[in-house]
Design a binder for this molecule. Structure first.
Ligand SMILES: [Zn+2]
Length: 415
């Protein structure tokens, strides 16, 4: 079936579970026949996948329902969402955020903690762990924890290769820090990959999606790519590191060792620097109300606000940033041929100001035949895509590693 997300191949079981999960997340109750039709998988394949998900305790039968298209009566299925909660943790340059979600994506609570850039990493990690312990006490149905960290993240080593402006974090081994801290498994993912998973599971982009690119434009710049439900990772997990692709090979040296990296031209920090140079009068003072230090997100929002009010210099700064985001999109389209690019994180909050320039750059530069098939959007998730993505990372692992569940639907000990 063209455009369907499922595959009839036993090697692709995890992708198929992810496709079934997406349908159950988006439709409260549906039948096996509904799922078969929407995924393009055979009824027999769906019966098998649903049986494994029932054994995991993720899916239950809920009595007889009448099919929406054929009026046939069949057994309804639903996710046991609230029985499987996930803690998502977003770690960023000057803050970390925690959220409790269930596997359908519903959020129960969210907290945010800011810290100064120069803070000792161990102090930040201790505060983060304490908050997670507190949430585990409060939410008894948490089965897993997902953590999203800035990239390039070397997933086998557990280390971030380059964290611009945060060199003291370079030696922190996130796997070692978290593997035995809690009684629950912790899964760690690069922030852009996490955002891509959030868009895939919760973004409502439709079942027929083939290749989704999540273009993170925040404190850092990166990209997560999902093809047919599976992350494109590369050998060390840092594939699609768009922020460290040169847009000017003779440009200034980046902390990664390359020259003229995209991240230096369109990140939140780049926007802030340009604003300090060209429109300092539009920035709030260094110290905000309550003694908090100005962060690049606040600076970006101040410039977007000035631009919306028609300040020409602010509009020029925003346009220049948007051009570089456009160059990033051209690289993504020519290099990876996605059917959708979703732009998210801090800088995307200027979406309405950025999009006309981004689309203009893409139209002028991209291979015309590829241009007709790609959509470029600003993320419209109601929750921060990286935090949501941290939860989606753990949800995705639940689907990939069902053997970690016992028949009772709980995680096995020590995993
Ligand atoms: Zn670089």
């Amino acid at each position: 079936m063209r455009g369907a997300t499922g595959k009839n191949n036993s090697d692709l079981t995890e992708m198929n579970r992810s496709a079934v999960m997406k349908i159950l997340q988006q439709q409260e109750v549906c039948s096996r026949a509904d799922i078969a039709r929407q995924t393009g998988l055979t009824q027999a394949a769906i019966t098998k996948i649903v049986a494994s998900m029932m054994e995991m305790g993720i899916v239950s039968e809920v009595g007889i329902i009448t099919g929406s298209s054929d009026n046939r009566r069949s057994i309804g299925l639903k996710l046991n969402a609230d029985r499987h909660q996930i803690i998502g943790v977003k770690f960023a340059r000057e803050m970390f955020a925690l959220g409790v979600f269930d596997i359908s994506g519903k959020m129960y609570t969210q907290t945010e903690t800011k810290f100064p850039l120069e803070e000792n990493p161990q102090i930040v990690l201790s505060a983060m762990k304490k908050q997670i312990h507190d949430m585990l006490k409060k939410y008894e149905n948490v089965v897993s924890i997902g953590l999203a960290v800035p990239g390039p993240y070397l997933r086998d080593e557990g280390r971030i290769a380059v964290v611009t402006r945060m060199s003291s974090w370079h030696t922190i081994n996130f796997i070692e820090e978290f593997k035995e801290e809690f009684q629950k498994p912790v899964f760690i993912e690069h922030d852009a990959n996490a955002g891509a998973l959030a868009e895939w599971f919760f973004g409502g982009h439709g079942q027929s999606l083939h290749t989704l690119a999540y273009f993170l434009v925040g404190e850092g710049v990166g990209c997560g790519m999902i093809e047919r439900g599976r992350l494109f990772l590369g050998v060390q997990g840092s594939a699609c590191e768009l922020g460290h692709v040169s847009v000017d090979v003779l440009g200034p040296r980046c902390e990664c060792g390359n020259y003229g990296c995209l991240e230096m031209y369109c990140s939140a920090s780049a926007l802030w620097k340009k604003a300090q140079k060209y429109v300092p009068e539009c920035l709030p003072g260094e110290n905000l109300k309550g003694g908090e230090t100005l962060q690049s997100g606040d600076a970006c929002n101040a410039i977007f606000e000035a631009a919306r009010l028609g300040n020409q210099k602010a509009l020029d700064v925003v346009r220049e940033i948007a051009e570089y985001i456009g160059y990033g999109c051209v690289t993504l389209i020519n290099g990876y041929n996605p059917d959708v690019i979703i732009i998210g994180d801090v800088v995307s909050q200027g979406g309405d100001l950025l999009m006309p320039t981004i689309l203009e750059v893409v139209k002028q530069r991209v291979i015309p035949e590829l241009h007709t098939r790609v959509q470029i959007k600003i993320s419209n998730l109601q929750v921060d895509p990286t935090l949501y993505g941290a939860a989606a990372t753990a949800t995705n692992k639940v689907l990939q590693l069902p053997s970690m569940f016992s028949a009772a639907g709980k995680w096995g000990p020590g995993k």
